[in-house]
Design a binder for this molecule. Structure first.
Ligand code: FPP
Length: 264
């Protein structure tokens, strides 16, 4: 369809940076159902400007807000954003505390808009080890947004995909021990249903800003057939136009799921 509109296949480089034009290029019937995003490059964004890294994180919240808004406008039904990994505890304590406080602030300030836009927030990751203030903020944000029916926003906080898989394996092992599940009944669906993302489709698109070519322990199981979009844009600079470019690029990809051309 895109060829029909623009006359030739546009590449990531030739896509315009005008929101109106980009929206006209988007096929609303072929949107990804689930988009995952690794919000990277906050530190570099700040350092480039001679600012503290923390200001990069704070500005990154604005990018998240825009991506959530646009997902709600377009009708993308799930969004997963990596906010704090199990590895991020290795950062200087001041930066860790800042990120924790930023989450508390986010939960308080954004809740009204999230509710208005029909966004249901689910915080994915391990609760153990999170400060009490963060746990309270998570509980209240999830509770206040639980009726949201337009977009499910998974915020990954204290998240590590390997831990997620370990936790799923433990839960399944306990079910086997209790006789609820037989070992021969364990299949991909059983494993998926024990992950934090249970009930959601796997991501169709992963957006990786800041030019990094890593998965960074994010949704390892769920990304099996996901299309990757890598952009040099640093997360705090990532805006609506960048998100639209990612979506259009995704629509130009041919997804084969391991099969042959034209097959699903
Ligand atoms: C990675 O960039 C980013 C993080 C570890 C934090 C991401 C958090 C936000 C964008 C805040 C918004 C989220 C919520 C829910 C409050 P980096 O610091 O590793 O960047 P660098 O690689 O350039 O140093």
């Amino acid at each position: 369809m895109l060829e029909g509109v623009v006359g030739r296949r546009r590449t990531e480089k030739t896509l315009p940076r005008n929101e109106k034009i980009l929206r006209s290029l988007l096929d609303p019937s072929a949107l990804p159902r689930h988009v995952a995003v690794i919000m990277d490059g906050n530190g570099r964004w700040a350092i480039k400007r001679g600012l503290p890294r923390t200001l990069g994180h704070r500005t990154g919240v604005k990018s998240l807000r825009e991506v959530v808004r646009l997902s709600a406008e377009l009708g993308i039904s799930a969004l997963s954003a990596y906010a704090f990994s199990t590895e991020n505890w290795r950062r200087p304590p001041e930066e860790v505390s800042f990120l924790m406080e930023l989450f508390v602030e986010y939960a308080g300030k954004e809740v009204e808009e999230l509710r208005r836009n029909g966004v249901k927030v689910r915080v994915i990751g391990r609760r153990e080890g999170l400060p009490a203030r963060v746990l309270e903020a998570i509980q209240s944000l999830e509770q206040e947004t639980k009726e949201g029916g337009r977009v499910t926003l998974n915020l990954a906080v204290n998240y590590g995909s390997r831990w997620e898989i370990v936790d799923a394996v433990k839960a399944i092992a306990q079910e086997v021990q209790r006789g609820v599940v037989k070992p021969e009944e364990i299949d991909e669906a059983v494993i998926s249903s024990h992950l934090y993302t249970a009930g959601l489709p796997d991501p169709d698109l992963l957006i990786r800003p800041a030019g990094e070519l890593r998965v960074s322990n994010f949704l390892l199981w769920q990304l099996a057939y996901t299309e990757f979009y890598v952009t040099p844009v640093l997360w705090p600079d990532f805006g609506r136009v960048d998100f639209l470019q990612a979506l259009i690029t995704y629509q130009q990809r041919e997804r084969r799921f391991g099969g042959l051309k034209g097959n699903r």
